[in-house]
Structures are given as structure tokens and as C-alpha cells.
Design a protein around this ligand. Structure first.
Ligand code: ATP
Length: 626
């Protein structure tokens, strides 16, 4: 069995990268960070008032001081306790807000980085790792951030301020208190050495268990068909068992730490009391001051205990942080968008591009082409010839191995795939994903343009048509309408380059004409790359590229390609022969070419869901020799 941990391949950030990211996040809240530090320091200082006043009361009792003196120190105790509590409360509230804002910033950075990751980075097994990072790790860091950071800050300041106070009382007292240190250091080092490995493995085992569950659930139909359910269940069980074993290890590691801490506290307190006894005997300090020193030392038990016991949370948060920062560091930084001026020409140049999928070795080679601004090109070819791969390389999903893809302006192509997805919310929300600032009027316009009048209530001819329907609560839409909305979103986004990868493949025959009409509208004055198995729907493209085995084997207009022998003519003839009805006369060979076919909605009513898909005559590149 391969080690599941080896499968989680997204990188983990180094400590310095994590520190840099945290510093960057904190810099966004400089003033609040400084105020929080001052408040925590003040709370720690005021926390000393109580033990010191109690020490004074002991001295007052032993020297028989009068009631007014006693009352003054009792007042000091009350004042110190109340003011320390108030400042600590203020600091904690400020800190909670600061931590939440920093975490929100981190979450945003991670999500935006995850969205920018090239698709090729998260193909295959890494998607489960990414999912576990943006859910589990974000939660772990948020949870730890809320509890660990206040503990860390209050313990840190309490230790520094208390050691200063003990030194001020008598340096020997501070030295005696330090006797606990070796126990803390040794215990903590042993803990960190082991827990770093254990917690990292725990998280990875949890991710691998989720991955096994996800694979079993998403592939259940295949597994059932192949009678492989028991194998998949065994894998889930094995990974769950491995996850439980490592969690038990983690509890053992924590228990060992408890023993070291309790030992350290006992040794430190004994050393301090013994030193106090010697100092009082030699009249170096008063009994009250020795008492105050013991109380100051004792008040450290809680924060230090919390700090050390919280180390596993800190570990978890640190590992979670390193995994999150790993995602941020992996994402390419977004270059400042060079937004093309409205109407600025944006063509696409592909120059000698090669790309191979690491897993199959399939892909593209020697691809060069040019798509002029405002024109439509189509990629055709048999299944597996590389059409979608080329589209995704142009869309920036897969960086080419060699060669370049250039857009005349630094803008991202808008990619519409055959996948149908209705987002949560009403139609207006579905549309505003592409343009959050779009007015109701804008929405009505694009809905009307793509023929989605069904989404508009009232008089659809009215430019400010009632958007009641467009804003209505979500309800399931049919495939055609979902794809009309996808095209309306592209219109709203007003991207100068659009790629439509089999956008009508899954909409069903009854919706195809409506979606194709919407595509015609989208293509107007836009640089468009079309991929379709159905030759009719691309035959009015300005240029058609025929792919085979990841290479361009023919290019030209529909009529030009039809006129000469080659793969395209074979596709077309095969289609015509197998189609129960002849192709649309407007597209038939010999018919007058449309003067501007992109501007005329093209509709084909031949009822041939399969026969017009390119197949048969073109050898399957899986078997052909490139
Ligand atoms: N994610 C992937 N990982 C590995 N190999 C892939 C991947 N996607 C596609 N391939 C392979 O790359 C080759 C080109 O596939 P591509 O999807 O680009 O072809 P296509 O012409 O778009 O096919 P179809 O019309 O069936 O969508 C095929 O051999 C395919 O098996």
C-alpha cells in the first residue's frame, strides 16, 4: 500500500514564510496590535499589585501596624485586583477583534490563492489536500487563534514582568524560581520533538482518510458496478484506523508533558521557599516580601501551565498555518490587471506550444495559431485529439511546457465549459457573480440578449423590465436555462476573449437551439474560441483548426476545408451520411456562404444527438501514431 501521506503533495511553508505572512497580516492593523501589546503589558504589571500588597499586609500584621495601614494595603489589594481585571478584559476584547480580523485576512488570502492556483496544480490527488486545508486547517487555525493567542500573550508578559519583580525583591529569589526551568525546558523539548511529528502525521492521516471517503462516495456507482465496494470500504477502514492510532500517540505525548510540568512547579516552589527562609533568617528581606515572592511565583503556574498545555494547539495552529501559507505561496501572484480599454482589440497568439499531462503523457505539440480580435475560431477533432487541452492551455489553466500563449492585452479569457452549474441564490445573484456592481437594468439587458426572457416578469420589451423573477429565490432551472445564465454572465463580465468548450454538449436537444442562439450573441465583436463535436455549430467560424493526436493537422474555413481532401471533409461526409436529415441548407456544401455568419443566429433542427459528433473516420489518437 502506498503511503497516503506521500500522496498529499501541496507544499508546506517554511517557518520564515509563515512569520513573513503573519507580519504582513499584522501590519494591516498596526495601531491595534500596538494597543493590544500595551494593554497586556499593563494587565501583567497591575497583576503584581495584589501579591505585593498581600506581602505588605503580612508585614503589617507581624510588625503590629495599626488598622489604617492595614486598611490602606487591603484597599491596594482591591484596587490592584480590579484594575488588573479591567485592563486584562479590555486587552482580551481588543485582542479577540484583532485575531478575528487577522484570521479573516488569512482566510481571504488563502481562498483567493486557492482560486488562482493553476488547474494543473490541483489535478488528481491534491484536490483532497487543498479541500482539507481550506476547511480543516482554516478551522484549526481559527480555533487555536481564539484560545492560544490570548494565552500566549498573557503568559509571555506574566513571565517577563514576574521575573522582573522577583529580581527587584531579591535576585536570589528570581534565581530560585528559575530552578523550575530545566523541567519545563526538558519536558517541552521532548514534547515538541515528538509532537511535531505526531501532529503533522495526524493531520495528514485525517486528510488521507477524508480523501478515501471522498473517493468511495464519488465513485460509488463504478465501485458497485465492478463489485469493488468492500475494497473501497477496507481502504477507508485502514485509513481511519491509522488516524485513530496516531491520535492515541498524541494523547500519550501530552500525558508525558504533564509529568514534567508538575515536577517543575514543585521543585521551583520548594527552591523559592527555601531561599526565602534563608533570606528572612539573615534579615535580607521581610517575611512579607518572601510571602509576596512565593505568591508572585505561584501566580505563574496557571499561565505557564496553560502555555505549555496549549503547545499542542499551538503546534496544530502552526502546522495548519504552514499548510495554509503553503497554498498562498504556491499561488501565482496576481499581476496588476492591464484592463483593456473598451473596444480595444484583443487577439490571441499561440506560439509553438507543447504541453503534456504528467499522468498520461498525452497533450499537445507544436501548436501555433492566431485568433484575430473579434473573430471566431473553432477547434474540431475526434475525441481525445486535444481540443479541450488546447482550450485550457489558452485559458491559462495549464501553463504550457514550452512555447507561449499571448493575449494582446493582459486579460484572462472567459472560459465556459459544458459543466452545468446553478449557483445558490436567485437568478440575479447567479448573474452578479460575474459583475457584482451590475444594475437590475444591466441584468435585464443581458437576460433579454441571451433569450432568457423567461427570467423577466412583466413587459419584457420594457428596458427596465421588472426583475422580480430574476431576483426570486432559488429554484432548480433546466440545463438550457442554466447555460443561458452562464452565457449571460459572460456578457456581463464583458470579457474580450471567450472560450466555449462544448457549451451545448450537456444541455439536451430541446434546449440546444436556444443556447446556440445565445452563443451567437456572445460571439458578436468578441474574440471567440469554440469547441464542439457538432460540426454545424462551428461551421460558420472564421477559421477552423482540425486537431489529431494533439497537433493541428488542417486549418481553414468550412468551405475551404470541405473543398479539399482531409480529415475535415471525412468528418463532414461521415456526418452527412449518418445524419437522418441533410444538414442545414445554409451550411450545406455549395450553399452561398453567409456574409457575416457570426451575426446570424444559426439553428439546426436535425434530430441527431450522436450522429453529428465527430467520430468514425478520424483515427482515435489513443491508438494512432502521432
Ligand atoms: N486531466 C488529464 N490528465 C491526463 N490526461 C488527460 C487529462 N485530460 C485529458 N487527457 C488526455 O489528453 C488527451 C487530449 O484530451 P482532451 O480532453 O484535450 O481531448 P478532446 O479532444 O477535448 O476530447 P473530447 O472531445 O472527448 O473532450 C487525451 O488523450 C486524454 O486522455
Amino acid at each position: 500500500m502506498t503511503d497516503p501521506i506521500a500522496g498529499t503533495t501541496l507544499p508546506i511553508a517554511s517557518a520564515s514564510e509563515v512569520r513573513r505572512t503573519l507580519a504582513r497580516l499584522l501590519r494591516r492593523h498596526r495601531a491595534r496590535t500596538a494597543l493590544v501589546a500595551v494593554l497586556f503589558l499593563g494587565a501583567s504589571g497591575l497583576g503584581l499589585v495584589l501579591p505585593l500588597c498581600l506581602g505588605r499586609i503580612v508585614d503589617a500584621v507581624s510588625t503590629g501596624a495599626g488598622t489604617p495601614t492595614m486598611a490602606a494595603w487591603v484597599g491596594g489589594v482591591a484596587l490592584g485586583a480590579i484594575s488588573a481585571a479591567l485592563v486584562a478584559l479590555w486587552g482580551a476584547r481588543m485582542l479577540a477583534g484583532l485575531v478575528q480580523d487577522v484570521l479573516a485576512g488569512l482566510r481571504e488570502d488563502v481562498f483567493s490563492a486557492a482560486m488562482r492556483l493553476p488547474v494543473s496544480t490541483i489535478d488528481d490527488g491534491e484536490s483532497a489536500d487543498l479541500l482539507s486545508r481550506v476547511t480543516g486547517d482554516v478551522d484549526a487555525v481559527a480555533e487555536a487563534g481564539g484560545s492560544v493567542v490570548p494565552t500566549l500573550l498573557s503568559a509571555g508578559f506574566a513571565v517577563v514582568v514576574s521575573l522582573g519583580a522577583l529580581t527587584a525583591l531579591n535576585p536570589w529569589l528570581a534565581l530560585a524560581g528559575v530552578a523550575c526551568l530545566p523541567f519545563y525546558v526538558l519536558g517541552t523539548r521532548a514534547f515538541l520533538r515528538r509532537s511535531r511529528v505526531v501532529f503533522r502525521e495526524m493531520r495528514a492521516r485525517e486528510a488521507s482518510r477524508s480523501q478515501a471517503v471522498m473517493e468511495a462516495v464519488s465513485g460509488r456507482d463504478t465501485l458497485t458496478a465492478l463489485n469493488e465496494q468492500s475494497h473501497a470500504l477496507r481502504r477507508v477502514e485502514d485509513r481511519a484506523a491509522a488516524s485513530i492510532r496516531i491520535q492515541i500517540d498524541a494523547v500519550r505525548v501530552r500525558n508525558r508533558l504533564f509529568r514534567w510540568i508538575n515536577g517543575g512547579e514543585a521543585v521551583g516552589l520548594i527552591a523559592l521557599l527555601a531561599t526565602g527562609f534563608v533570606l528572612v533568617s539573615s534579615e535580607a528581606i521581610s517575611v512579607g516580601m518572601a510571602t509576596a515572592a512565593a505568591l508572585v511565583f505561584h501566580r505563574l503556574f496557571d499561565p505557564i501551565g496553560q502555555l505549555i498545555f496549549g503547545l499542542d494547539d499551538i503546534q496544530r495552529a502552526t502546522i495548519g498555518l504552514a499548510r495554509l501559507v503553503g497554498v498562498i505561496e504556491l499561488a501565482p501572484s496576481r499581476p496588476p490587471a492591464d484592463v483593456p480599454a473598451a473596444g480595444a482589440p484583443v487577439g490571441v497568439t499561440v506560439d509553438d506550444v507543447a504541453f503534456r499531462y504528467a499522468t498520461t503523457g498525452r497533450g499537445l505539440s507544436g501548436i501555433s495559431l492566431r485568433v484575430d480580435h473579434g473573430t471566431t475560431v473553432a477547434f474540431v477533432g475526434s475525441s481525445g485529439s486535444g481540443k479541450s487541452t488546447l482550450a485550457r492551455v489558452i485559458a491559462g489553466h495549464h501553463p504550457p511546457d514550452t512555447g507561449t500563449v499571448r493575449l494582446d492585452h493582459d486579460t484572462a479569457p472567459y472560459y465556459i465549459s459544458q459543466e452545468l452549474h446553478q449557483f445558490r441564490g436567485g437568478i440575479a445573484e447567479n448573474l452578479r457573480l460575474a459583475a457584482p456592481g451590475a444594475s437590475d437594468r444591466d441584468l435585464a439587458e443581458v437576460l433579454r440578449a441571451v433569450g432568457a426572457d423567461w427570467a423577466l416578469a412583466g413587459d419584457a420589451a420594457d428596458p427596465a423590465a421588472d426583475l422580480t423573477a430574476a431576483s426570486s429565490p432559488e429554484h432548480s432551472l433546466d440545463e438550457g436555462r442554466i447555460q443561458q445564465l452562464a452565457i449571460a454572465r459572460a456578457l456581463l463580465a464583458d470579457a474580450p476573449v471567450v472560450i466555449l468548450d462544448e457549451a451545448t454538449a450537456d444541455v439536451g436537444l430541446q434546449h440546444r437551439d436556444a443556447v446556440e442562439r445565445a452563443i451567437e450573441v456572445l460571439r458578436r465583436d468578441r474574440t471567440t474560441i469554440l469547441i464542439a463535436h457538432r460540426l454545424q455549430s462551428v461551421s460558420n467560424a472564421d477559421r477552423i483548426f482540425v486537431l489529431q493526436g494533439g497537433e493541428i493537422v488542417q486549418q481553414g474555413t468550412h468551405d475551404g476545408l470541405r473543398a479539399r481532401a482531409g480529415a475535415y471533409r471525412e468528418f463532414w461526409d461521415a456526418h452527412s451520411a449518418s445524419a437522418p436529415h441533410p444538414p442545414d441548407p445554409a451550411l450545406s456544401p455549395g450553399a452561398d456562404p453567409d456574409p457575416d455568419p457570426r451575426h446570424e443566429p444559426h439553428s439546426d433542427h436535425s434530430p441527431e444527438p450522436h450522429s453529428d459528433r465527430v467520430s468514425g473516420p478520424c483515427p482515435d489518437p489513443e491508438t494512432e501514431t502521432p
